[in-house]
Design a protein around this ligand. Sequence first.
Ligand code: PGA
Length: 251
Amino acid sequence: MVIRKFIIAGNWKMNMTPTEAEKLVKELKETCNRKDVDVVFCVPAIDLLPVRLLVDGTNIFVGAENMYSEDKGAYTGEISAPMLVDSGISFVILGHSERREYFHETNQDINKKVLKAFEYNITPIMCVGESLAQREEGITLHWIREQVKEGLEGVTKEQVASMVIAYEPIWAIGTGKTATTEQAQEICKAIRDYVAELYDQDTADTLRIQYGGSVNGKNAAELFAQPDIDGGLVGGASLKPEFAEIVNFDA
Ligand code: PGA
């Protein structure tokens, strides 16, 4: 049986000026420094380097919230994989539902970014998830399978085994409405089963799958106790000292 290491990532979104970031990270780096769990602070581009310097010497990783799929060039406003690598950034969130919705990123765009991240040895955290309308229509699984399949086009099984997929039901993000543990486990398992179908069981068993959507200090332990949930992608609660309660759940 494969033992998967838990991974808990904070997604700061468009919050925290460099000054605010410094204050928060100085506190969290003491309380979130856990060796048996991968802890990642995913922060806005302007905070990446200062935060990375602040967590030097701890077990905490720093991740970006997005990146572009080209190495360099005339893409005003974008940041590239080589820029992240040069700044000591080891993870990148790709395909977050807010990127899909507000910036019209498609599965194909996200796939290009996933491939680029692997080219530079950056671990992608690829987000998938359904809207409330899709859930009510009963097409959740169909939708998520499509996101997984198209997002992973051309990705090798070794790469899939090393990456992270975050299941984030859109209706649970920032709403305080967490999916029930049963709902979260059901979809995380379905994603794993589908990866087994696309690749093989070993690959699926090694892949880490997070749940995201209103994770907090109170519900984290129960969610992470589910057999197919290997940690969380945490928005709102990652901006507060409470993030330490999530990170320090009873593994
Ligand atoms: P939330 O956000 O924890 O604030 O619901 C999660 C996310 O969007 O990654």
